[in-house]
Design a protein. Structure first.
Length: 120
């Protein structure tokens, strides 16, 4: 097995799209930013592993705390893992990663492509 290509990114991206359609465009953006940071050649391997673990925990149907049994708490663990990973690697977000993320979100959510995001 090739160490540089140990996972099929197409399958992983399909899972991301499936998850994104459930949570919506705005909630999917940090997750996609993490994905593009992970596949970047400039990202350290330790950060890639952390991102892979975080994304896998979010998109695959295994929960430490079930959202069905404990609705609020079940979502908090996912939000916490995403925010910790995002804060740790946000320094790696480049304009290219931003463009790739926005382009993919426009493809997945075409109904929002004509809107302008207002940031105050």
């Amino acid at each position: 097995m090739d160490k540089q290509n140990f996972m099929n990114t197409a399958i992983f991206k399909d899972k991301l799209q499936e998850y994104a359609t459930k949570v919506g465009r705005i909630s999917a953006r940090p997750l996609l930013l993490l994905y593009f940071i992970m596949v970047s050649k400039d990202t350290p391997k330790s950060d890639k592993l952390m991102i892979l673990s975080t994304i896998s925990y979010l998109v695959f149907p295994v929960d430490l705390i079930s959202a069905k049994r404990l609705p609020i708490i079940g979502w908090i663990d996912e939000a916490f893992s995403l925010s910790v990973a995002y804060q740790k690697v946000s320094k790696n977000i480049t304009p290219e990663i931003e463009r790739k993320t926005d382009a993919l979100l426009d493809k997945w959510f075409p109904e929002y492509t004509n809107y302008v995001e207002i940031v105050e």
